[in-house]
Design a protein around this ligand. Structure first.
Ligand code: ADP
Length: 225
């Protein structure tokens, strides 16, 4: 599903080697935590997966795409295969919950019929069917993160990358969001979750990839933080 083969990435402007000879592979349906201090290279890894950055060395495979040889015009198709969730949610403030999720389908040219079918389904899945007409500002942080998950899910990508999904949430809400991510994973979506939330990593017993200064220093099947 996702494979990195000897991938290195140096940012030219600063000369920082953000990733150094990184190799791993993630199978379809896995749930993987990416951990490591700030600056370890986790965001760079996510950016490489959606080809927002390119590696200096090595090969990257995502779903059916080989990123080194992927033409520019193919990049939108790659990005449809990877749903993104952000710690700051990144919802459109003047659109309702329904419209925020529908928008993700409109931009890829989905038909009105598909939108009318999929959006309510995915809002029900994240427990927000009854708040479809509200604006993001009328929701709690946890609810906004659910909308963000619904938006990531609505085009049915095989993989979701969640960047610190609980960073801005209180502990109870964080538990609910992590449980929801695990549930979505149970339904077959490959889930990659960047986190500093030690408790979840320790209790969920999922695979852990740990980075330090751009080096993959640990790949544990049922790891702890
Ligand atoms: P993390 O997500 O684990 O905090 P990052 O991937 O953001 O780590 O950063 C890894 C290293 O690369 C850091 O030293 C950071 O300063 C550097 N870096 C990240 N993005 C850029 C960029 N756009 N330009 C230059 N250096 C960058």
């Amino acid at each position: 599903m996702i494979e990195f083969k000897n991938v290195s990435k140096t940012y030219e402007d600063t000369g920082v080697k953000a990733l150094s000879d990184v190799s791993f592979s993630i199978e379809k349906g896995e749930f993987v935590f990416l951990v490591g201090r700030s600056g370890a290279g986790k965001s760079t890894l996510s950016k490489l997966i959606i080809k927002e950055e390119s590696p200096d060395e090595g090969e990257i495979f995502v779903d059916k795409f080989e990123l080194n040889t992927l033409a520019k015009k193919e990049i939108p198709y790659l990005r449809r295969s990877v749903g993104m969730m952000f710690q700051d949610f990144r919802l459109l403030p003047n659109k309702t919950v329904y419209e925020n999720v529908a928008f993700a389908m409109q931009v890829i040219g989905a038909s009105r019929g598909e939108i009318r079918r999929n959006v309510p389904n995915v809002l029900n899945l994240v427990g927000l069917g009854h708040k479809a007409r509200m604006l993001p500002s009328q929701l709690s942080g946890g609810e906004q993160q659910r909308v963000s998950l619904a938006r990531a899910l609505v085009n049915k990508p095989p993989v979701i990358i969640a960047d610190e999904p609980t960073a801005n949430l209180d502990p109870d809400t964080s538990v609910q969001i992590m449980e929801l991510l695990a549930e979505v994973n149970q339904r077959g979506t490959t889930m990659i979750v960047t986190t500093h939330a030690k408790d979840f990593v320790d209790t969920m017993h999922k695979r852990v990839l740990e980075f330090r200064d751009g080096v993959l220093i640990r790949d544990e099947k049922e790891g702890a933080y």
